[in-house]
Design a protein around this ligand. Structure first.
Ligand code: MG
Ligand code: MG
Length: 267
C-alpha cells in the first residue's frame, strides 16, 4: 500500500478534526466491547460498529478501502491484522483484535484494541498487557527531536525482552485526510534512525506483537495476516500528534475500559 512520500504537518484545526474522528473510533470500540462474549460472531460485531458509526454522522473508514468488505478488521488468535468479519462464533479463551476506522469531516480516525473472550490463559493475558505497554512506550518517544526509529526501538526492545516476536511486514503510519499517509512507523528500529519527528505530525502507532516468532503469512482470502507458527498475536493502536516534551494522544481507550471493568465486576 502506498503511503505517499510527503509528510503533511497538521494545523490545530485539522488536529481537532482528527481528534473527533479518533474519539469516535474509541466509542465505537466501546460499543463493540459490550457485545464481546463467547457465541457472538465477528459479523455481528461489525454490524454494531457500522450502525454506531453512521448514527454518529460518520462513514466507516475501512469499508471499501482497497476493496475491504467491512467496517471492522477482526483478527482472532493467530490472526495478526486485517481479518475479515465472518460467521464463526467466538469461543471462550479466544482473543480478537478489533481495528476500526472512521471518516468524519474529511479526516480519519484509526484505533485498535485486542479483547479477551471470556477467560483467557495467563500467558495470553501477559501478551496483551505487554503489547499495550509497547504502545505506551512507543508513544513516549513520539516527541519533537526524536526520530521514527526511536518509536520502533522502544516497542521492539520491550517486546523482545519478553521473548515475543515483533511483526515487521506491517507498520503504523501518518493519518489525516488519508487513512495511510507518510511516514511509515515500524514497530522495530534503531535509536536515532529514520525521519525526524516534527511538531504537528499525526501518527497512528500500532504494535503487532506475536507470542511466538515474528514471521507472518497472508491467508488465501487476500487480507488476513496470520502468524507463521499459528501462535497468538496482539495489536493495539492509538492516534497521536507529535509535540514538544510529550505526545498528545488523540484516540482513547477510556470508554472501552469502562465497559470492560463494568463487565468484570458483574461476573
Ligand atoms: Mg487500525
Ligand atoms: Mg492503522
Amino acid at each position: 500500500m502506498g503511503f505517499g512520500r510527503r509528510v503533511r504537518i497538521k494545523t490545530a484545526e485539522e488536529v481537532e478534526l482528527i481528534r473527533e474522528s479518533s474519539l469516535l473510533v474509541g466509542k465505537t470500540l466501546a460499543a463493540v466491547a459490550e457485545h464481546i462474549q463467547p457465541g457472538v460472531t465477528t459479523l455481528e460485531l461489525d454490524a454494531v460498529a457500522e450502525a454506531f458509526i453512521r448514527d454518529h454522522g460518520a462513514e466507516p473508514g475501512f469499508k471499501g478501502y482497497g476493496g475491504f468488505p467491512n467496517s471492522l478488521c477482526t483478527s482472532v488468535n493467530e490472526a495478526v491484522v486485517h481479518g475479515i468479519p465472518n460467521n464463526r462464533p467466538l469461543e471462550e479463551g479466544d482473543v480478537v483484535s478489533v481495528d476500526c476506522g472512521v471518516l468524519k469531516n474529511g479526516f480519519y480516525g484509526d484505533s485498535a484494541y485486542t479483547f479477551a473472550v471470556g477467560d483467557i490463559s495467563p500467558e495470553v493475558q501477559r501478551l496483551l498487557d505487554v503489547t499495550k505497554e509497547c504502545l505506551d512506550l512507543a508513544i513516549e518517544q513520539a516527541v519533537v527531536g526524536k526520530r521514527i526509529g526511536d518509536i520502533g526501538w522502544a516497542c521492539q526492545t520491550h517486546a523482545e525482552r519478553h521473548g515475543y516476536g515483533v511483526v515487521r511486514e506491517l507498520v503504523g503510519h501518518g493519518l489525516g485526510k488519508d487513512l495511510h499517509e507518510a511516514p511509515e512507523v515500524p514497530n522495530f528500529g534503531r535509536r536515532g534512525n529514520g525521519p525526524r519527528l516534527m511538531e504537528g505530525m499525526v501518527l497512528a502507532i500500532e504494535p503487532m506483537i506475536n507470542l511466538g516468532r515474528r514471521e507472518v503469512q497472508q491467508e488465501s482470502d487476500g487480507w488476513t495476516i496470520v502468524t507463521a507458527d499459528r501462535k497468538v498475536s496482539a495489536h493495539f493502536e492509538h492516534d497521536i500528534v507529535v509535540r514538544s516534551g510529550k505526545a498528545e494522544v488523540l484516540s482513547s481507550f477510556e470508554a472501552i475500559e469502562e465497559v470492560l471493568n463494568k463487565r468484570s465486576v458483574k461476573s
